[in-house]
Ligand binder design. Structure first.
Ligand code: AMP
Ligand code: MG
Length: 317
């Protein structure tokens, strides 16, 4: 069995960087005009890349950020801040060259295992002090088979979720025992807790409302949450449905780093993740998914939601 401890530690260190950036740099960003999120994104990805390089040196990586962007897009004074934050959190001297190496580690190669990294998923939530996650999914043979999701703003206290060998677990972000988690067994419409993106620009909220109505879930509890924390909540039995339908005429594909770790987690917890016709998400086509929409559920209500989506789509034609 793969020992994920180095990735748990990296997620904790990355969460530290994120919290430091929220505390220190968000407050000043409006005055200086700098994008605080950039620092945390690069810092978190560098930490994850470093951990993978040390613990799993032969593995491949697909990640959202690149070392060349760090050099080309981030002004020198900001790069220095990242190097200082990393030096502090890792407790060892860090150079800019090392940061670039960690950011790019494992990218552009193929291997038996591929880590799929979103260093900060839910950027808008991170900036607004809502929800965000630090995510490292694990793919083998183009399938999400495992992963780690750090969720610093999880209700009740930050958590690290992970999936490995077909089982899903949760542990406190601050440290503690990992315990098994399972998707809920709820199947009554009035018990269903639904989730969707906060951001109106990220999904078709109007159509998703129609689907809930068609599925008899019009009165179901509905929460708006940023990031892959939505997957974690379903895996942990804290919600039953997460619907993601693209906006009309959207040309923006789903990116694999936004769904890989979450898909592995929900499936390992006994839940279900599919396209809107019930077919699997397709992780074999590079950095984007070719799917039309995403339905994540506890499994029990899945077919029922697929039927509702199909009904709404047929009515829209
Ligand atoms: P969520 O918080 O679930 O909406 O997911 C956040 C993710 O949505 C980000 O990591 C982006 O990859 C993705 N995203 C950002 N902008 C858009 C957009 N305009 N349409 C669809 N997805 C987006
Ligand atoms: Mg993302």
């Amino acid at each position: 069995m793969l020992n994920l401890e180095p990735i748990f530690q990296a997620v904790r260190q990355a969460a530290h960087i994120c919290q430091r950036v929220q505390q220190t740099y968000l407050a000043t960003s409006e005055k200086t005009g700098h994008e605080p999120v950039t620092i945390a994104d690069y810092g978190a990805q560098a930490i994850l890349g470093r951990a993978i390089q040390q613990a799993f040196p032969d593995d491949a990586v697909i990640a959202e950020e690149q070392g060349s962007q760090f050099i080309d897009l981030v002004p020198e004074d900001r790069r220095k801040v990242i190097v200082e934050l990393l030096t502090d959190v890792l407790g060892q001297p860090v150079t800019q060259d090392q940061v670039v190496g960690w950011l790019d580690h494992g990218q552009g190669r193929s291997a038996e295992r591929t880590w799929v990294i979103d260093p900060i998923d839910g950027t808008k939530g991170f900036i607004a002090l809502r929800n965000y996650v630090i995510a490292a999914g694990l793919m083998m043979d183009d399938q999400p088979v495992g992963g780690v999701i750090g969720s610093p703003a999880y209700p009740g206290g930050g958590r690290i979720f992970h999936a490995l060998d077909g089982a899903a677990y949760s542990q406190p972000l601050a440290g503690g025992e990992a315990t098994r988690i399972h998707a809920s067994t709820r199947s009554q419409a009035e018990q269903v807790r639904a989730l969707e993106s906060v951001e109106k620009s990220h999904a078709n909220h109007e159509r998703m409302e129609k689907v809930r109505q068609a599925a008899g879930l019009g009165a179901a509890a509905l929460d708006h949450i940023d990031s892959m924390e939505k997957y974690a909540r379903i895996a942990a039995g804290d919600a039953e449905l997460y619907l993601r339908l693209p906006r009309l005429n959207s040309t923006r594909p789903f990116m694999i780093w936004d769904h890989c770790a979450g898909t592995a987690l929900v499936q390992a917890a006994g839940g279900c993740v599919t396209d809107i016709d019930g077919s699997p998400l397709v992780f074999s086509q590079g950095k984007s998914l070719v799917n039309q929409g995403i339905i994540v559920s506890n499994g029990r209500i899945h077919d029922w939601v697929i039927a509702a989506v199909q009904q709404v789509l047929a009515e829209a034609e």
